[in-house]
Design a binder for this molecule. Structure first.
Ligand code: KIV
Length: 257
């Protein structure tokens, strides 16, 4: 699927489901489970690389992991998920030319068909417009933007009138400059509903209520693989406990033999 085809989902009221992946095993799980979009999110900094925030992850890390994810696919020709790769911290906040270089590397060196960029500050708008003009599709990301961790922490956004108006305005700007979809993270459900009804591009929510055009989750959160969970994701299973217990049982039985 190409990014431009995603609009069809919204027009036909067909829910978009997106999952993150960071290696060939999670890529294969997400693909075979039927995700429409697979995001190689910079959350891989925490779920795969053991960092505390997304800030340390590099463009080289993102390229390496995107290729690993795609090697896990079973090549369902004609039914491949749309692969999107996150632009990591300071790969697009450092000026348009560098952003073109870094986004260009992601597109040339991996099967990703677009990149995701956080925020809509005036400098970011210029970068997004330039990348789109250069032929690189952009998924926007508003609300809680984890790359702004040092300024905003991991707090819910859109809690007051000023913040809600800013997020609404930013969503209109990102639509106008040509983003093909918009991730809305950790904002009130009423705000994401308003945005969904106000813009024509698909909104994909995480911790933003059920009334978005799609939902995205960090696969490690859904499978309960982390020590701590974000407040907005209820794990489907306690993967960490299940796998640790099974491994302990195997180790114990091997030692007894
Ligand atoms: O990095 C990531 O996994 C993300 C999702 C939370 C949308 O950006």
């Amino acid at each position: 699927m190409l990014p431009s085809e995603l609009i069809r989902y919204k027009n036909e009221s067909k829910k978009i489901i997106a999952l993150t992946a960071w290696d060939s095993i999670t890529g294969s799980l997400a693909e075979q489970a039927g995700a429409d979009i697979i995001l190689i999110g910079d959350s891989l900094a925490m779920v795969a690389l053991g960092y505390q925030t997304t800030l340390p992850v590099t463009v080289d890390n993102m390229i390496h992991h995107t290729n690993a994810v795609c090697r896990g696919f079973k090549n369902n020709l004609g039914n491949e998920p749309l692969v999107i790769c996150d632009m990591p911290f300071l790969s697009y906040q450092c000026g348009e030319d560098k952003a073109v270089d870094y986004a260009g590397r992601i597109i040339k060196e991996t099967p990703a068909k677009g990149v995701k960029i956080e925020g809509a500050e005036p400098e970011i708008q210029l970068v997004i417009s330039r990348l789109i003009r250069m032929g690189i599709p952009i998924m926007g990301h508003l609300g809680l933007t984890p790359q702004s961790f040092l300024n905003q922490g991991l707090k819910k956004q859109g809690n007051n009138y000023i913040s809600q108006e800013r997020i609404k305005k930013d969503s209109e700007i990102l639509e106008k400059i040509g983003c093909f979809a918009l991730v809305l993270e950790h904002i009130p459900a009423s705000l994401s509903r308003e945005i969904k009804n106000n813009i024509k591009i698909p909104t994909i929510g995480i911790g933003a209520g059920s009334d978005c055009d799609g939902q995205i989750r960090v696969t490690a959160d859904l499978l309960g693989l982390n020590d701590s969970q974000p407040p907005f994701c209820k794990p489907l299973i306690n993967g960490k406990k299940i796998f640790t217990t099974k491994l302990q049982e195997w180790i114990t039985s091997e030692k007894l033999n």
